[in-house]
Design a protein around this ligand. Sequence first.
Ligand code: GLC
Length: 427
Amino acid sequence: MLTCRRFLISITIFLLLFFGCKSGTPQLTFAVGGASNEVEYWERIVAAFADSTKIDVVLLRQPTDTDQRRQGLVIPLRSRQPDPDVFLMDVIWVGQFAASDWLQPLDSMVATGDVNLADFFEPIVNQVDTYQDSLYALPVYNDCGLLYFRKDLLVKYGLKPPVTWQQLIQSADFVQKNERVTNPSFFGFVWQGAQYEGLVCNFLEFAASNNGGITDSAGRIIVYTPENIEAADLMYDLIHKHKISPPNTYTEMKEEETRLTFENGNALYERNWPYAWALHNKDGSRVRGKVAVALLPRGRKGQHAATLGGWHIGISKFSDSKAEAMMLLKFVLSYATQKKLALNLGWNPGRSDLYEDTDVRIRMPHLGVLKNAFEHAVARPTSPYYTQISEILQQNQNAALSGRSLSDEALAKAQREIDEILQRYNE
Ligand code: GLC
């Protein structure tokens, strides 16, 4: 009798193992997001992975907005669900995810030689991906804010790309007035001002280009400064005084809204991330071949500045397929895959060795500007409480942009609220 029960249990386990996996092959869930062309391209990458490893990957398609993407991951991770096994993380979440003990350490991948840390940018790996001496993520691509401009229109009006915000305002105003004669939807400058993380990135650039910022040299979060108030005033003025940025800047403008406005031929200047390059130049784009990039302008008191962004890949601590997940990471971070992502999506590779690749150099003629922009990159704070800090900044900056409060009041209120949060956590 006992033998018979054992036999039945063994058969059940065998059947579960066999049929539990789709057609006998292991399956991974990989959460990705971004613009629709980016998500589509991930389908091709995971199909190539499945071909070579016989491991199926189901893509969990997330939205474009980083805050919504984070929310979509926090829910399964908090409840320790095994899916998604692998996900992309915004550069600003990695510290918090690692501190929450949601990520599988990747040190064994380094030990086995599956990844070689020397292939990546050391400061990024140290600052973003390492937590308490363990490695928890690696960069798939690095982002930094860029100024896209219509080179055909600058030539038409005999203008040069702006170096200062003042020059940007003057030239945008001039071109807008002239272009409006035939195109009433035309705006001088589009950027991200809606209430979400992108607004903090834009604010940081205006602030840092005016010698301000979010953190001081000791790493404390200081936002209520004269330089920052001046920067917030400039952002307000672009919409309400100079009227070169559309009135929906603070209600609707995120990356994709900005990109589409520019791509439809309705703007002279655009602030966006490197991903917009490939889309602006794709077949059917109205601005194909008419676009160039420059550093974002500098302010009265400061230097050029670009917010450091980017997306890093990691494995859930609760994944039930960690060995397969590591194979996927190895594949995504390989030279060949990273090269495809750079060439097809215009992503700024996470691997440093690709910047010397001849094909990449030819197909990404703006790589020089990108490199320069990285030299001016400003990071957001890496605190595990960054999400709360960012929410406070988003609300108050958006209030200042809309005119619901003065820049001075909004930043003073943001500082008080941030101080309260940090005191609560004894920071
Ligand atoms: C980009 C950046 C990311 C940033 C986000 C803001 O995706 O890579 O770091 O937080 O934009 O919208």
